[in-house]
Design a protein around this ligand. Structure first.
Ligand SMILES: *[C@@H]1O[C@H](CO)[C@@H](O)[C@H](O)[C@H]1NC(C)=O
Ligand SMILES: *[C@@H]1O[C@H](CO)[C@@H](O)[C@H](O)[C@H]1NC(C)=O
Length: 582
């Protein structure tokens, strides 16, 4: 049993199990172990503060209205006059805090309607109307779910259901018809007619009411944005003991009990005082006015309404702290046996994969760090000459070496192989070596002679179209960083302008630039961080066309602004085809 303790002063027989779960713990949406559980917002008087609009109100011109006071009592008459507010109360007073003290009268009309906008979608659990004249012979309650655009019958009250509303009087609601209005007569047609309360509980007598949380039909049945009462027929004036011109409908109070629709995911709800939609204070990592979706990063399984047996909380995506965004994939969810469907988006820290649990190509998983570490993925350190590419094994970091090359980073010749001059075949079988010229240095050998190492033209070039045309690329670049990487120095070059494009085109912006340590040690090339250079080279100098490699045959000249004009003119002549003229 559950009592309505408001001004109506009546006990409404609520025996719906769901109401007993009302606030008891600090946060009813979680149990003492912080486990999520089904929760409901508090019950409210949904009508309070929302003015009722009536189709008619007495007293445009002074009117005498009378009602019998019950058998065999005297008649009570009043003069309704809108010029004298104490005698004519507008319908807006029906939902004010004054309760029964004020009474709206329709005046002597055959029928009247009262309309109430709730200001948002709510679950309506009861409607109560207190009459200050004898209750009508026939009345109906309608609800709207679309803010008054269309109306659905909620309940009919009449002693003549069939003739007034075309409905048979209901004895019981059948399971298949729980979504339909019924017609009853008990409340409106006492004989003789008396004043009193007409109350309607949308769930009462409906077979699925005890399992309301599992019944989408009833959940929809109680949903409303607006309510309308139509007072369709009075008892005959003779039965009321008055003259026709004196009979009127009179209502003193209208209450609507209900709650915000929060889908079992909130125990509190904010209802703006004026014309704003209610906003549930969502728990269980749900969001939306009615907690009807999952929060952005909690999309590992589909949203569901909570039930007393399962809170159906939203579950966070597992992205190992490398992403803050994810999306839900129904396909993956089904494939996982309906366990997990989250797909991480924009994995950072060089991770990739559905859960940011792999390293990107070019990186490998550092086993000494946890998967959640920002440094869990390390860059592959593949040797630019010894390795086939800069992609390494994700778990071991092993680069893919060319034939005869060995080592984690492919930086040395395998047993039985020795260095050659060829960048394509840096290591050859020992018996195959035919030449005695110095090998292309795979490993830094400090004893190498520098004297004959650099090419003679080193550091000088005549700036003319012929020389320009002979080169494969001409760049203006600034060195922004340098880092030792085995026998190579890895610079970062900010390419500012491209005057002659490489066969593998290079764009403006930052690029790694590799130079053999030996060529630097012998001073064939001088590159300093934060200085700009004119970089001139041939593609043949790079063992891997995708990489920018400078060596003793390339040129890096400290940049002079005066060159820009001349280089642009070479560039234009090249575009006109002049480099191809012999
Ligand atoms: C009164 O009843 C008539 C006939 O059923 C209907 O057309 C009219 O709209 C009703 N008026 C109100 C105010 O409900
Ligand atoms: C990476 O190395 C491991 C261990 O040697 C091996 O089992 C795996 O197949 C390798 N992965 C690839 C893609 O080669």
């Amino acid at each position: 049993m559950w009592c309505v303790a408001w001004g109506l002063g009546v006990v409404l027989p609520f025996h719906l199990g769901l109401l007993s779960l009302a606030a008891e713990a600090p946060d009813p949406c979680y149990d003492a172990q912080r486990q999520p559980r089904y929760c409901l917002p508090e019950l409210m008087d949904l009508a309070a503060g929302h003015p009722v609009v009536a189709s008619a109100t007495c007293g445009h011109s002074p009117q005498r209205l009378c009602a019998a006071q019950g058998p065999p009592g005297p008649r009570l008459c009043l003069l309704c006059n809108q010029a004298s507010p104490a005698t004519a109360h507008p319908a807006a007073y029906l939902t004010d805090p004054a309760g029964e003290a004020t009474c709206w009268h329709s005046g002597p009309v055959p029928n009247a309607t009262l309309t109430l906008a709730l200001g948002g979608r709510f679950e309506v659990l009861y409607v109560a109307i207190r009459f200050c004249t004898p209750r009508p012979h026939s009345m109906a309650i309608y609800k709207s779910m679309d803010y008054g655009r269309s109306w659905i019958p909620f309940q009919f009250f009449s002693r003549r259901c069939r003739s007034t509303y075309g409905q048979p009087p209901a004895l019981a609601v059948l399971k298949g018809m729980e979504h339909e209005a019924t017609c009853t007569d008990g409340q409106t047609s006492p004989n003789p007619p008396t004043r009193g309360l007409v109350a309607f509980m949308p769930l009462a007598g409906r077979p699925s009411a005890s399992a309301f949380e599992y019944s989408p039909v009833l959940q929809d049945w109680v949903m409303a944005t607006d309510l309308r009462m139509t007072l369709d027929r009075r008892h005959r004036a003779r039965e009321l003991g008055v003259r026709g011109r004196e009979a009127s409908y009179g209502v003193s109070e209208l209450q609507v009990g209900g709650r915000c629709q929060c889908n079992g995911h909130a125990s509190h709800c904010h209802v703006p005082s004026r014309d704003g939609a209610p906003q549930c204070q969502c728990q269980h990592d749900t969001t939306g006015p009615e907690c009807e979706t999952c929060r952005a990063f909690y999309r590992d399984r589909p949203w569901q309404r909570a039930t007393p047996s399962d809170a159906h909380e939203c579950v966070t995506c597992q992205c190992h702290q490398h992403s803050h965004r994810c999306r839900f994939s129904m396909e993956l969810y089904e494939l996982s046996g309906r366990k997990s469907g989250g797909v991480c988006l924009h994995c950072r820290h060089h991770t990739t994969g559905r859960h940011c649990h792999y390293c990107q190509p070019g990186f490998w998983r550092d086993p000494r760090r946890p998967l959640t570490s920002h440094k869990a993925c390390k860059a592959c350190q593949c040797h630019p000459i010894g390795a086939v590419s800069n992609f390494c094994n994700q778990t071991t970091g092993q680069c893919q070496c060319k034939v005869g090359v060995a080592g984690l980073t492919c930086n040395r010749c395998a047993q039985g192989f020795q260095q050659s001059r060829s960048a394509l075949m840096p290591c050859v079988r020992i018996q195959e070596v035919l030449t005695t010229t110095p090998a292309y240095p795979l490993e830094w050998n400090p004893g190498t002679e520098c004297r004959s190492h650099c090419t003679p033209s080193h550091g000088r070039i005549r700036m003319n179209l012929r020389n320009y045309c002979k080169k494969d690329y001409v760049l203006h670049a600034q060195i922004t960083a340098a880092e030792e990487s085995g026998e190579w120095q890895k610079f970062t070059a900010l390419v500012l302008a491209v005057y002659l494009q490489r066969s593998v085109p290079i764009r403006r912006g930052e690029h790694p630039l590799w130079v053999p340590q030996q060529d630097l040690a012998c001073d064939c090339l001088r590159l300093q961080v934060d200085k700009a250079y004119l970089v001139i080279g041939n593609d043949a100098e790079s063992p891997d066309p995708a990489r920018l490699v400078l060596d003793r045959n390339s040129l890096a000249l400290p940049w002079r602004d005066a060159w820009a004009h001349k280089l642009r003119s070479f560039q234009q002549q090249n575009r006109r085809g002049q480099c191809r003229v012999p």
